[in-house]
Design a protein around this ligand. Sequence first.
Ligand code: CA
Length: 235
Amino acid sequence: MPLVLLLEDDPAIADTVVFALRREGFEVHHSLLLRDAHQHAQHQRPDVAVLDVGLPDGNGMDLCRQWRTAADAHLRALPVLMLTARAEEMDRVIALETGADDYLTKPFSPRELVARLRALLRRSAMSLAPAQPAKPLFELDEDGQRIRFGGHTLALTRMEYRLLATLLAAPGRIRSREWLLDQVWGLHSEATDRTVDTHVKTLRAKLRECRPDLEPIATHRGLGYALELPPAHSG
Ligand code: CA
């Protein structure tokens, strides 16, 4: 249940908002004073705060500004919706300049407030999640004849590059030594099965330097080699 901190000194507005939020499944802490709201935010770590501007002991915008520069990371990141009294452009600009994430102008509908708070909560949940999907384990740069593995550019010889690129072209597919000799070294080279094995060995050592936890080149006894990606990186 998301916890909402509501700082509002007008009892009529506060009652309506508290009622609407609880009905929608939010937990609400209602403060009448800045001091109380600040203490609550510090100790109870609400998920989102709704701040009125004009309060008996100060201005809600000052509280928001104070949080944005606080040493406490939770306060700095706490999503804030400011309740501004007038629809004037100046108030809105100031509200956003204090570091508020959103604002509503009084009078507002409780349903609109609920919708805005849900959006703020979604946004803050997303910013806590990894910002970007994981990078692919292998990144093939054909133009540069380079392969990156686990974020590191591998220092490969020409033949190691060709061997790994060939395996990368069809992950999971078992390739025989003969087939690899043909594809990588070419029919008329003097390379032998041993050459393939030696190159696989040095490749594995280079891969292991980047990711000791993975062994992406699998040996299939009597059949050959295959590049096998862990489940998170395949598909
Ligand atoms: Ca007020």
